[in-house]
Design a protein around this ligand. Sequence first.
Ligand code: NCD
Ligand code: ZN
Length: 353
Amino acid sequence: MQSTIDTLTIVRPDDWHLHLRDGAVLNSVVADTARQFGRAIVMPNLRPPVTTIDLAAAYRDRIHSALAQADIEPGSFTPLMTLYLTDNTTAAEVLRAKESGFVHGIKLYPAGATTNSDAGVTDLLGRCAPALEAMQACGMPLLVHGEVTDPAIDLFDREAVFIDRVMIPLRNAFPELKVVFEHLTSSDGVDYVRQAQGPVAATITAHHLLYNRNALFQGGIRPHWYCLPVLKREKHRLALLEAATSGTGRFFLGTDSAPHPKGLKEHACGCAGCYTALHAMELYATAFDSVGKLENLEAFASLNGPAFYGLPVNQGTLTLRRATYQIPAELPMADSTVVPLAAGESLGWTVQQ
Ligand code: NCD
Ligand code: ZN
C-alpha cells in the first residue's frame, strides 16, 4: 500500500494536545516540540493545576523562558494555553480567558481519570453549567478527556461508556458548545464524532494510529506503551487510522506527548503517558504511509486544527523525507532521562532539519 512519494512538504503543523510539564522538565522537552510544530495546545494538568488566567499567564511566561533558553527563535513557536476546568470554574473566569486572547480551550478531566486529575470535575452538568454556558456563548472550546472513572467499568470500555453517560447529555444541554474529544482511541469514538451534529472534533495520537494493545505485552510488560486512554484492540486502531487519514475536517493531530522520568515509567505502579514529541511527525508519516494516504497528512496535521479553533494556518513548511530515522534509547530530562516511544526501533520517515 506504500505510496511512491519520497519527499513530502506540508504547511508547518501544530500539535493540538501536548504536555510540556514545568521547571527543569519543561526546559528539557520544549525544544522537541518547537522543532516540528508552529503551535501547541498546552495541557493544564500541572501540580497545582492551571485553573485561572493568572496561572495560565505565568505558565506561558515560563514556557517562553524555556524556549529562549533552548535557543528557539522568538516567534517560531507559540504555546496555546488552556485552563483546567474544576467544579468551581466561574463564568467570569471563562470570559477573562476568552478576552485574554492566549487561552484557547478549557480542559475537562473527570476527577481521577488520569495523571494529575485529582482536582478534576466530579459532576459536569451539575457543577459546571455556568462555565459551560459562558463557553458556549463566547466560543471557548471544551477539550474533553473522554473516559468515565467508574471502577465498575472495564478500563478498555471507558471511552465508549463516556459517550453515553457524559458526551451525549453534555451536547444535548449545550448543542452549540465547541467540543474537542481529546486523544480518541476507539471505533465508538470515531463513529460518534463523525455523526455528531454541531461543532465537534477530535484529536488522535500517533501511538493510537500505530499500535494496538498487544504492544503493551509484547515479550513482557512494556510500560513505555502505557498511556491513558489505553491502547485498544486492532479494530479500534484501524478505525482511527481510517478517520485520521480520510482528510475529514473533524480529525486532527494531537500527540498527547506526556513525558515521565524513566524511573517512574519502569515502576511497580508506572505512570501513564508516552513521549512522542521528539519524533512526532516521523511517527505520523509512518502511520499515513502504511495506508498510502500521505497526501492527507497536511490536512490532518496543519489545516483541520486551525480551521476548528478559528486560527490562521502557520507560515512556513515542514519537509519529511523517506529515510531511516533511528529512535534513541533515551534522552536527558531534568535530573533523569525520558524514554521515547519505540526507543531503539527505526522509522521510515525523517523530518528534514
Ligand atoms: C497524560 C499525562 O501524563 O499528563 N498521560 C497520558 O497517559 N496521556 C495525561 C492524559 O492526557 O491523560
Ligand atoms: Zn494528555
